[in-house]
Ligand binder design. Structure first.
Ligand code: TRP
Length: 75
């Protein structure tokens, strides 16, 4: 595991939220999908394998930039 990489936190606001990890490098593809149910939290890092994430469903995401809610315009 890479030490010192940025962490992010995702908290699901409904059942079946997906946190999808995308690969680092020339080939950008999904490599892991984690399913969270309401109230569940995932704390993870960006690593040598993961350069981006996609969050599907209603969730709160915390990064070093602060808090962002998916679908925030109609919350
Ligand atoms: N094996 C993955 C990695 O080291 C685990 C992981 C880290 C992950 N961050 C993630 C999986 C974010 C999905 C989303 O990169």
């Amino acid at each position: 595991m890479e030490v010192g990489q940025e962490y992010f936190l995702v908290k699901a606001k409904e059942n079946g939220v997906h946190v999808i990890g995308l690969t680092r490098g020339a080939d950008t593809r999904f490599h892991h999908t984690e399913k969270l149910d309401k109230g569940e939290i995932m704390i993870a890092q960006f690593t040598e394998h993961t350069s981006a994430i996609k969050v599907r469903g209603r969730a709160v995401i915390w990064t070093k930039f602060g808090r962002v809610d998916t679908y925030s315009e109609d919350d």
